[in-house]
Design a protein around this ligand. Sequence first.
Ligand code: CA
Length: 222
Amino acid sequence: MNRILIAEDEPRIVSFLEKGLRANGYTTTTATNADEVISMTLNDSFDLLLLDLGLPGKDGLTVLEELRGQGATVAIIILTARDEINDKVAGLEGGADDYLTKPFRFEELLARIRLRMRNQQRTTIKEEIELSVGEVILNLRTRRVEWKNKDIELSAREFILLETLIRHRGQVMSREQLLDRVWGYDYDPGSNIVDVYVGYLRKKLSSDLIETVRGMGYRLRG
Ligand code: CA
């Protein structure tokens, strides 16, 4: 359950998706126009299709209809620009399983992909509710954070940054990786926002929770 077809014509988004998905153990193939997407989906066995609605060749919803009309059962997640918002509803009715509005966070996409893959497998998997490291506990459902049994107020961004670091505990995360995962690909890569937010987390939690690895990035201890 790990073959994904990326149907997207914007090279920057393609490389963002390929990089992230491969790093998470998926095998990816890319199609950049509507006809390619249709023939590849029908002639190969992908577990999931990420479908950009604005592809050259045919309208994305037509692609969707053709695929379902010809019996494709692959899970489909639509990637759509904000101004195509009306298409989203039509997209779900036309046979997509889910959709995401661009720009999106990679972690968000990954969560949806995992959910789809699990549904495809028809297995019952207990929903992940809490993440913890040392004395920090993140409740993913209520978005509450506890540290040493006290509630800590974090902004949405701080929460996602901490969540990302916890999910990769012990690993060095570069500023670029953190920008990608927490702020999305639309962020200026030269920005120092990661450092600023790491500073916020250190102040609100513990100053030695997040280690600076010189010239490389950050690592959560634990
Ligand atoms: Ca496009």
